[in-house]
Write a protein that binds this ligand. Structure first.
Ligand code: ADP
Length: 484
């Protein structure tokens, strides 16, 4: 009830201020209209006083509206107001305690099709949770935090659930956004409670979805509440023992915006990357969802035809096709059902990441240029190039990393005769390293010049070897992966 009262109060205040401003504007307009239309010459200052007063009224109304939060700080609160706020905060606190609950999941690795490398990486954690003694015997602790990085719908939540399911441990799901509250201190409190409850139920998995909502670099678009929450998360990550049996898995699709402190040793120091499913994986995912159903089309063909689909989009595709089959009273899923389903998904409410032919061409040209320059394995839907970790990098090695990150963009400029933005993260990485070469390592004098020289070399190399790059592009379009 208090909450409603408070809300009504706020709405009323807002309305009053708006009415004040609007009345002042209307009066000014009427006043000016009257002055223009009136034949009389205005004598006496009272008219002008009137108009100035109205202006002041209008500015005050807008000023109050704009700076009301800062002004409120200087106005002493009366008892009733304080009571209202406390009760509202308490009500929120109560909901927090009620919402931190573990779920028991029966999802296992069998429910996750494809992504074998990801499963392999996470199997160690399952083993640790199942046989902690084996690890404790040698005083080995596992990473406390695992960061799953990848676009939406590739199975980050699903695989985290499967880890909990395989190890039969409680699964605590929290979305990053749910930590960021209106009341300062509530997010931090929620983090504290989450860890307390999980530790009490250990072994357990804490899963924080979209951690970027709370884990953005501090100082960027400063927000006290978010920063306080992030600090608490860091404190909690430091505060528990690696052997406590609590493992925090977090998911994000924007690792580049995360605060560096989150990625440091002892926090989310293990990272697992998930990309859009490859052709083989798409086939496995489709097989899983079509299991026990009759269909009249070739699965490998459907897998080829769905490039760019996320795993979630594939699951929806099969579901929509089945709905279509039921609607026309069929017994088998036909090609047409799939076609209808594809259209529905593409134009439906849910946003999926599909590529049309032209977009595929752009992406393939970008990735082909990258494969040609870096001489590394590249998949059509891979983001980011693997920079080899060198302990003592030479200037040439650093320049090569910059070149690898720029190669895709330069390739597009040379081959399609137009610059395109494909992976912004790679451009940022190239600039970051160039700036380090100049500022930190003192190996060059100008960042712009360094980038320009590398770009020119790339342009020349790609232009003279255009046919080879195009061959790689065709292979990527056909097989979605290219290995040197
Ligand atoms: P993310 O967390 O990466 O956004 P989710 O794990 O929420 O993606 O995936 C959404 C849905 O897509 C899952 O509930 C599942 O139905 C399906 N899905 C995703 N990845 C897979 C996979 N590898 N195998 C089977 N189904 C998958």
């Amino acid at each position: 009830m208090f909450q409603n009262l408070n809300k009504n109060d706020k709405n009323r205040n807002d309305k009053n201020l708006k009415m004040m401003g609007i009345s002042a504007i209307i009066l000014i307009i009427l006043f000016v209209y009257m002055l223009i239309k009136s034949d009389h010459i205005i004598q006496g200052n009272s008219y002008y006083f009137g108009i100035v007063f109205l202006f002041i009224l209008m500015l005050t109304a807008f000023g109050l509206q704009k700076y009301k939060e800062s002004i409120k700080k200087y106005i002493p609160k009366n008892k009733f107001q304080e009571e209202l706020e406390n009760s509202e905060a308490k009500a929120q606190e109560k909901t927090i305690s009620n919402t931190i609950q573990a779920v028991k999941t029966d999802t296992t690795f069998k429910d996750v099709a494809g992504i074998d490398e990801v499963k392999e990486e996470l199997e160690e954690i399952v083993d640790f949770l199942n046989n902690p003694k084996k690890y404790k015997k040698y005083d080995v602790s596992l990473p406390k935090g695992v960061l799953l990085v990848g676009p939406p719908g590739v199975g980050k939540t699903l695989i985290a659930k499967a880890v909990a399911g395989e190890a039969s441990v409680p699964f605590f799901y929290q979305s990053g956004a749910s930590f960021v509250h209106i009341y300062v201190g509530m997010g931090a409190k929620r983090v504290r409670e989450l860890f307390e409850v999980a530790k009490a139920k250990a072994p357990a998995i804490i899963f924080i979805d979209e951690i970027d909502a709370v884990g953005k670099a501090r100082g960027v678009g400063a927000n006290d509440e978010r920063e306080a929450t992030l600090n608490e998360l860091l404190t909690q990550m430091d505060g528990f023992d690696g052997n406590s049996g609590v493992i925090v898995i977090a998911a994000t699709n924007k690792i580049e915006v995360l605060d560096e402190a989150l990625l440091r040793a002892g926090r989310f120091d293990r990272r697992v990357f998930l990309a859009l499913p490859s052709k083989d994986d798409r086939q496995k995912i489709l097989e899983l969802y079509l299991k026990g159903k009759k269909y009249n089309f070739e699965l490998p063909k459907l897998a080829s035809y769905t490039s760019g689909f996320s795993s979630a989009a594939l699951a929806t595709l099969v579901n929509e096709a089945l709905l279509n089959m039921i609607k026309r009273d069929g017994k088998n899923i036909e090609k047409d059902d799939m076609e209808c389903a594809k259209k529905k998904i593409r134009f439906g409410k849910k946003q999926h990441y599909f590529l049309n032919e032209q977009e595929k061409e752009i992406l393939a040209t970008y990735q082909a240029s990258k494969a040609y320059i870096s001489k590394q394995k590249v998949a059509l839907f891979d983001e980011g190039i693997n920079a080899e970790d060198t302990i003592y990098p030479s200037k040439t090695q650093l320049e090569n990393i910059i070149a690898n990150n720029l190669s895709g963009s330069v390739g597009l400029e040379v081959i399609l005769k137009e610059p395109y933005v494909v992976f912004e993260s790679e451009l940022k990485e190239a600039k970051k390293i160039a700036s380090q070469v100049v500022e930190r390592y003192d190996m060059a004098t100008s960042e712009t010049l360094l980038l320009q020289t590398i770009k020119s070399k790339l342009q020349e190399k790609i232009a003279t070897n255009k046919d080879e790059v195009l061959k790689i592009k065709d292979k990527l379009l056909k097989d979605e992966v290219f290995e040197v």
